[in-house]
Design a protein around this ligand. Structure first.
Ligand SMILES: CC(=O)SCCNC(=O)CCNC(=O)[C@H](O)C(C)(C)COP(=O)(O)OP(=O)(O)OC[C@H]1O[C@@H](n2cnc3c(N)ncnc32)[C@H](O)[C@@H]1OP(=O)(O)O
Length: 333
């Protein structure tokens, strides 16, 4: 993957590790140094373009990797450059691997819930012309060493068939532990784990069986202070969740009749993965910020204005529905 600037000088090492600061690495001595802001812009361009290429390769409606998403998350990106290609003296990028720690609720083989925060494989892409040449393995291996984690300790966010085959071939990962979220974990995730220091891994077990089980094999990691239960969103931490946001205007603008027909091509499911779906086409994406902006700019619908003016408490049907709710339910709205 080529760029209109000197990738080879920008990324001196074969593998570059980027975090949320997207800092340009130190350049080789003797190379001319453009303004730092230009270098950062080039890094951002690389991240954006890699994200787009990866989304295209996975048939996703929008990239899950971008410079802005990197800056707002504590993810780490490993970028592999092509050291052999001196294409017009500018070098090229082979691909990338993005990982990050995520708080997940995962089921063990007894179907007990476990709250863990494993390292997750979030996005992985090797340029089409270079796949099946060992570059993916090189990147993955480098990441495993840097993060000091074993393959079976990882959780994978909606792996593609290619990635499942890759993990099977290189790391013998085959048998999955069925989940009800988008993450795939493999046999061994809950086993063979030395007990990490109490401060570095929080894995609360929610079953009686848990009392005798070893701690989950998620890699040790310094965790932020414990958050209130309400802040934890089980089953919703997938990086791909934002692609599925159903965009619906507020009541009463949402009352148009809905089509009852199911989609022509429901997303495929892998029987070997239990409830963990493999990638399939997701619903169209509307950026959150854009949606919020348009809602703010959008004047109230005339019908809504009329209803609000004549009936501040909502329609009789609305009032009835609200007042018949038990107190405990009301407090949730
Ligand atoms: C959480 C996620 O990120 S899921 C998304 C994963 N990314 C994608 O699916 C994007 C498209 N695919 C790719 O970018 C790459 O194929 C990757 C990243 C999955 C693997 O990188 P590669 O450089 O191709 O892997 P590498 O050469 O080290 O290993 C090859 C092995 O990967 C698997 N593999 C790679 N490509 C394919 C393919 N087209 N079909 C089937 N298996 C494949 C196979 O096991 C293959 O071994 P084989 O050739 O003996 O059958």
């Amino acid at each position: 993957m080529e760029f209109p600037f000197d990738v080879d000088a920008l990324l001196p090492e074969r593998i570059t590790v980027l975090d949320q600061h997207l800092r340009p690495p130190a350049r080789r001595p003797g190379t001319t140094t453009p303004a730092r802001v230009d270098l950062q812009q080039q890094i951002m361009t690389i991240v954006d373009e890699l994200g787009k290429a990866s989304a295209k390769a996975q048939h996703l409606p929008a990239p899950i990797t971008s410079a802005s998403r990197m800056q707002s998350n504590r993810h780490v990106m490993y970028i592999l450059k092509d050291t052999s290609a001196r294409l017009a003296g500018k070098g090229a990028i082979v691909g990338f691997l993005k990982v990050g720690y995520k708080k997940l609720f995962v089921l063990d083989d007894r179907e007990a819930h476990n709250e863990v925060e494993p390292l997750c494989i979030l996005d992985f892409y090797i340029h089409e012309s270079l796949q099946r040449h060992g570059h993916g393995r090189e990147l993955f291996q480098y990441m495993l060493q840097k993060e000091r984690v074993e393959p079976h300790q990882l959780a994978i966010d909606r792996p593609s068939q290619k990635l499942l085959k890759f993990l099977n071939k290189h790391y013998n990962l085959e048998t999955t532990v069925p989940q009800v979220n988008n993450f795939v974990i493999f046999e061994g995730f809950f086993a063979h784990q030395h007990r990490p220091p109490a401060t570095s891994l929080r894995a609360t077990r929610h079953s009686c069986a848990a009392a005798v089980d070893p701690m989950p094999a998620a890699p040790a990691r310094k965790l932020p202070p414990k958050r209130a239960e309400g802040d934890i969103k089980p089953y919703s931490s997938s990086d791909r969740e934002f692609l599925k946001v159903a965009v619906e205007p507020p009541w009463p603008l949402n009352r148009a009749p809905r089509r009852a027909t199911p989609p022509a091509h429901p997303p495929p499911r892998s029987s070997s993965l239990g409830n963990s779906p493999e990638r399939g086409p997701l619903r169209p994406f509307v950026p959150e910020q854009e949606l919020l902006r348009s809602l703010r700019l959008c004047p109230p619908h005339p019908t809504a204005r009329l209803l609000l003016a004549t009936d501040p408490g909502g329609s009789p049907a609305q009032r009835r529905r609200t007042s018949s709710l038990p107190r405990s339910d009301e407090s949730r709205y």
